[in-house]
Design a protein around this ligand. Structure first.
Ligand SMILES: NC(=O)c1ccc[n+]([C@@H]2O[C@H](COP(=O)([O-])OP(=O)(O)OC[C@H]3O[C@@H](n4cnc5c(N)ncnc54)[C@H](OP(=O)(O)O)[C@@H]3O)[C@@H](O)[C@H]2O)c1
Length: 254
């Protein structure tokens, strides 16, 4: 798996818990990544990641980045450039569906502009800022991948249920940022494949309040999701840049 990447460098953004932390664990088990950079927002939720750094200090570097603050993204990229000149795999795993004062809207009556803005900052704008600032690390001759974890509910063509206005719209915006970045990268970073990925419903903090509605066998453990997505990533070809894939490799409608 990921055999096409030899001695590469990876960056996992939003690695304190959930799917992002799962990617870090999986990449540490592979010997084809020399340097793995992992970002976290709060030390309070990043305990497991920071323990891994103690264990794998020669390969794992943790950086504190809140993606709603562009200056923190710039500082994180600068730190990475002190270690490496190229990244071969970047996965944006940051996302929010609910927080203390944020719950997915069931109806238009529940729309709050400040919650919409926050969802866009975290779910969409952080990813495109990353694409903006990572360009020097992708402008190289070796094959590389910029993947962003989106969600099937962000597909406009697949929206049959409604609800979850902020999450759906911010993931749809993320998808447009990915598509548009793929077009610009095809000119400026022609070896970089840019994709959006749907992980399937996965057992993390984000899905916890909604798990009772998930049919048996459809709630994936993090490790399972990560292995499936790494297989999708390994199989990507240049022609796939600017597309949206699910955990089973199938292409999703925008
Ligand atoms: N789980 C699912 O069923 C499912 C389904 C479809 C799509 N997804 C997508 O998969 C991705 C990963 O989600 P998950 O399920 O692993 O959820 P999670 O366990 O809640 O993890 C979300 C991650 O995003 C980070 N984050 C949130 N706001 C941030 C900010 N402002 N700056 C930096 N990091 C921030 C969190 O850091 P803290 O620890 O600091 O909060 C955490 O590391 C998300 O994009 C989500 O939308 C998940």
């Amino acid at each position: 798996m990921l055999a096409k990447i030899n001695h590469g460098n990876a960056l996992i953004v939003g690695a304190s818990q959930g799917i992002g932390l799962g990617f870090v664990r999986a990449l540490l088990q592979k010997d084809n990544f020399n340097h793995i950079f992992a970002t976290y927002r709060n030390q309070s939720t990043a305990g497991e990641l920071l323990t891994l750094q103690k264990q794998y200090g020669d390969r794992l570097e943790c950086l504190q980045v809140d993606v709603t603050d562009e200056s923190q993204i710039v500082a994180g990229v600068k730190q990475i450039q002190e270690f490496v000149k190229q990244l071969h795999l970047v996965i944006y795993c940051v996302g929010v569906l609910h927080e203390d004062n944020l719950a997915p809207e069931k109806s238009l009556r529940q729309i709050k502009p400040e919650n919409l803005i926050y969802s866009f900052q975290v779910n969409s704008i952080g990813a495109v800022l990353l694409a903006k600032h990572l360009m020097p690390l992708f402008k190289k001759s070796e094959r590389s991948i910029f993947a962003s974890i989106s969600a099937k509910v962000g597909s406009i063509g697949d929206n049959h249920l409604g609800g979850w206005y902020g999450y759906r719209a911010s993931k749809a915006a993320l998808n447009m940022f990915i598509k548009t970045t793929a077009i610009e990268y095809s000119r400026r970073c022609p070896k970089t494949i840019v994709v959006a990925l749907h992980p399937g419903t996965t057992d993390t903090r984000l899905s916890k309040p909604f798990q009772k509605n998930v049919p048996p066998g459809k709630l994936f453990p993090v490790e399972h999701t990560v292995n499936l997505l790494l297989k999708v990533i390994a199989d990507l070809e240049m022609k796939d840049s600017g597309e949206f894939f699910a955990w089973d490799g199938s292409q999703l409608p925008w």
